[in-house]
Design a binder for this molecule. Structure first.
Ligand SMILES: Cc1ncc(COP(=O)(O)O)c(C=O)c1O
Length: 378
């Protein structure tokens, strides 16, 4: 039996979203920039989708810039700010997604007159507003903070930090990719300059997302071209994907995952008391559980669970064949060994108590097998 418990990586596309894509591709075959009937039909689909998305995230229509996903949205915002500002300080957190950390690190490596400050979280995986306040100064040109961490699920104090940035006129980019559909997003109320979101975390298609841009903020294009998206993101709009994104909005209620997630954690700790639940004291996205099973290798565990039909994630990232321990756990002060012993389970709204209990059983079995092989007795 296959159980998909890796929803923070991606959510399998919803049939309603797929249908909207097929409908858009067949009923509106034109280029939205074309003036004829076929183009107008495509334009209507994009306009309607933009309306729906803006309302869903509490933004103005003009704020929505469609992109190829969260990564591109982050890159556009970062490029726009950094390529037009005088050298200064960039403040971010050590637990950001690589879609924030990589563009910032690449920029600073090429422009050594800039300074990058990566704030460490506390033991609960939260970067406090106090630590942000202490790090920002008159030279701060950009602040990047994620809404919810993709590994631990820990929510960050985005509202408080947004107020700090507003008071000091510091542009703020919030990576809300893991928050979309899992909590309330009100872009205008935050008063920030930028927010990134992605469709595939909520059952929409992969390869489409959006950058929300505050009214009055001029966006410098990353990929100049035909001037689509009001000159903010050139390239013919991916009409079917935009329609599929729109159709997925509001379809999933992740809050129903909470009791299943809590049952999983309680049962696991009861059966294997040495297990550590990461960020258990923080406010977390309701579907996310990051656990550390000391003495076991996360990747090996993942493969064992895969054989038993479970799709989960290990905390380590695999880049160019080299396995790196989770930078999120390292940032939280966990040892490299512990960071390599982590497993992330991200439940779906239709995950059942039975799924949670079956996963616990599979983990107990894997623990016994792997420790038996290594000659370790509990
Ligand atoms: C927090 C966060 N930011 C950005 C991204 C990248 O989004 P996309 O896959 O749409 O490029 C992800 C995807 O895993 C994410 O979890």
């Amino acid at each position: 039996m296959h159980r998909y418990l890796d929803c923070n990586a991606t959510y399998p596309q919803l049939p309603i979203s797929l249908e909207a894509m097929v409908q858009a591709a067949t009923a509106a075959p034109g280029n939205p920039s074309s003036l004829h009937w076929a183009g107008r039909a495509a334009r209507r689909i994009v306009d309607d989708a933009r309306d729906t998305l803006a309302a869903f995230v509490g933004a103005e229509l003009g704020s929505v810039v469609y992109t190829s996903g969260g990564t591109e949205a982050n890159n556009i915002a970062i490029h726009s700010v950094l390529s037009t500002a005088n050298p200064g300080r960039i403040v971010t957190t050590a637990i950001e997604h690589p879609a924030i950390l990589n563009p910032l690190e690449t920029f600073v490596a090429a422009n050594p007159e800039w300074e990058l400050v990566k704030l460490r979280p506390n033991r609960d995986g939260v970067v406090t507003a106090d630590s942000v306040e202490a790090a920002i100064n008159d030279e701060t040109r950009l602040l990047c903070m994620m809404y919810a961490n993709n590994e631990s699920g820990a929510l960050q104090p985005v509202e408080e930090v947004a107020a700090l940035c507003r008071n000091r006129s510091i542009p703020m980019l919030v990576d809300a990719v893991q928050m979309l559909g899992k909590g309330r997003l009100r872009f205008n109320e935050l008063g920030i300059d930028f927010m990134s979101i992605s469709a595939h975390k909520i059952g929409g298609p992969k390869g489409v997302g959006a950058l929300l841009v505050r009214r009055g903020v001029r966006l410098k294009e990353l990929t100049p071209g035909g001037g689509q998206e009001r000159g903010r993101r050139s390239g013919t709009e991916n009409v079917p994907a935009i329609a599929g994104f729109s159709a997925a909005l509001g379809q999933l209620d992740f809050s129903v995952c909470r009791p299943v997630r809590d049952l999983f954690e309680a049962e696991l700790v009861e059966k294997l008391p040495y297990v550590e639940v990461v960020s258990q004291c923080a406010v977390r996205t309701p579907n996310t559980s990051l656990v550390i099973l000391p003495g076991l290798d996360g990747e090996t565990l993942l493969m064992q669970l895969d054989l038993a039909g479970f799709a989960v994630a290990s905390g380590s990232a695999c880049s160019s064949g080299k396995r790196e321990p989770s930078h999120v756990l390292l940032g939280m002060g966990y040892s490299e060994l512990k960071a390599r012993s982590s497993l992330r389970v991200s439940f779906a709204p239709d995950s059942s108590r039975e799924d949670a209990l079956a996963l616990v059983e599979a983990l107990v079995g894997a623990d016994k097998r792997l420790k038996g092989m290594a000659g370790i007795t509990a």
